[in-house]
Design a protein around this ligand. Structure first.
Ligand SMILES: [Zn+2]
Length: 330
C-alpha cells in the first residue's frame, strides 16, 4: 500500500522541492461562513426540509420543576455552561408532490439579528416563498408567526393559505383580547395579530378544529398546554410518519430525561407536561419521525422511551436517498 502511494506521488511529479515550497506558504484565509441552514429527509414519498431561522439564548431559570443545581448538572453533561442555552428556531417544509407546505415561519424580524434567516435558507434549499401554498402554524407565539411578514408587515408568502387551530386563533386574534390581558402580555397578542393580518385581509387565513384535516394528507391533534390551541401536524407516506410537534419541548438536555419539567412560556404547565408525555410516548411506540421547533437543528429525529423518561435520537446526516444496495460490512 505505502509503496504504491509513493509511486503515485512520484508519477504525479510531487518532488521534495515542491513539498517544501507548499509547506512554507501561508494557509488560505479562514472562510468564517456557515453551511446553508437546511436539511433534507425523505419520509415515504414526501420530501421534508428542515429550515433554520435562527436562535436565541434561553436562561435555564425559565425551566420549572427541578432544583436549579440539578438543571445545571444536566446542562453540564452536554457541555452547556453559558448563562443561556442556545435554542434554535426550526421551521419545516414538506413537498408532498401535491402541496408545498411550511410548518411554522420562524421569528422573522421580531427577535433581532440572531433570527429571520428562514427565507434565505428556503431559497438555499431550492424553493421560493411564492411557491409555498399552505402554512400550518403549531401555535401563534412570535417565534412561529413573525416570519409570515417582512419588516414592513407585508406578507412574505404571497400565495399561501395560513391555517391555525380554532382555539389558538380564537385566543390570540380576538380583537377584544388586548383589553383583557395584562399589560406585559399585550405585545404577544399584537404580534400574533399583526403577523396574520395581511393573510386575514386577503381571505387566506383559515382555522380548523383539531382532528380535522385542512388538506387530506395531514392529521391534526390538539396538544394544548403550551398555548390553548397548540396543535401537532402529522404526515404519513408509504408506512412512514413524521409529526411536527412545535413547542412540546424546548430543552434537549433536561426535558427528555425529565419530561415533567415545564418552561415559563407554557400557559398551562400541567397540560403542557401531559401533552409532551402523550406525544413523546406515541412517537416512541410508533417509531415516528419527530420534528421539533426548538431542538438543535435540524430538530428532527426519533424518540426512545426509557421507562418514564425519554431519549432523543437525532437524525444522521447522509445522502437524501440511501443507495438501493448498500454493501454490508460484517
Ligand atoms: Zn416557540
Amino acid at each position: 500500500m505505502h509503496s504504491s502511494l509513493f509511486s503515485l506521488a512520484r508519477a504525479a511529479g510531487l518532488g521534495l522541492a515542491l513539498c517544501s515550497t507548499l509547506a512554507s506558504a501561508q494557509p488560505p484565509a479562514q472562510q468564517k461562513t456557515q453551511v446553508p441552514g437546511y436539511f433534507r429527509l425523505a419520509v415515504g414519498d414526501y420530501e421534508v426540509t428542515a429550515l433554520f431561522d435562527g436562535y436565541n439564548d434561553l436562561s435555564p431559570k425559565l425551566l420549572k420543576g427541578l432544583p436549579p443545581e440539578r438543571i445545571r448538572a444536566l446542562l453540564a453533561r452536554r457541555a452547556i455552561e453559558t448563562p443561556g442555552v442556545q435554542t434554535a428556531f426550526n421551521a419545516f417544509l414538506i413537498n408532498t408532490g401535491k402541496n408545498l407546505i411550511l410548518v411554522d415561519t420562524g421569528a422573522g424580524q421580531c427577535i433581532g439579528e440572531t433570527a429571520g434567516m428562514l427565507t434565505r435558507n428556503l431559497k438555499a434549499a431550492g424553493y421560493e416563498p411564492e411557491q409555498v401554498d399552505t402554512i400550518f402554524l403549531t401555535h401563534l407565539h412570535l417565534d412561529h408567526v413573525c416570519g409570515l411578514v417582512d419588516g414592513n408587515k407585508q406578507p412574505i408568502f404571497a400565495n399561501a393559505t395560513v391555517y391555525a387551530a380554532k382555539p389558538e386563533a380564537d385566543y390570540w386574534l380576538d380583537p377584544t383580547a388586548l383589553s383583557r390581558v395584562p399589560e406585559q402580555a399585550r405585545a404577544f397578542f399584537n404580534i400574533a395579530q399583526d403577523s396574520t393580518a395581511p393573510y386575514v385581509a386577503a381571505g387566506r387565513f383559515k382555522t380548523f378544529t383539531p382532528g380535522e384535516s385542512p388538506i387530506a394528507e395531514v392529521h391534526t391533534t390538539l396538544e394544548a398546554g403550551h398555548t390553548p390551541g397548540s396543535t401537532t401536524y402529522q404526515f404519513t407516506s408509504r408506512g412512514q410518519s413524521i409529526v411536527f410537534i412545535g413547542d412540546l419541548v424546548h430543552n434537549l438536555a433536561v426535558q427528555f430525561e425529565h419530561p415533567e419539567v415545564s418552561i415559563s412560556f407554557d400557559e398551562n404547565s400541567q397540560n403542557a407536561i401531559a401533552s409532551r408525555d402523550a406525544v413523546f410516548s406515541e412517537a416512541a411506540s410508533k417509531k415516528r419521525w419527530v420534528a421539533a421547533a426548538h431542538l438543535p437543528f435540524p430538530g428532527t429525529g426519533h424518540i426512545e422511551a426509557l421507562g418514564k423518561r425519554f431519549q432523543w435520537v437525532p437524525v444522521e446526516y447522509g445522502p437524501y436517498q440511501r443507495a438501493p444496495h448498500v454493501p454490508l460490512i460484517d
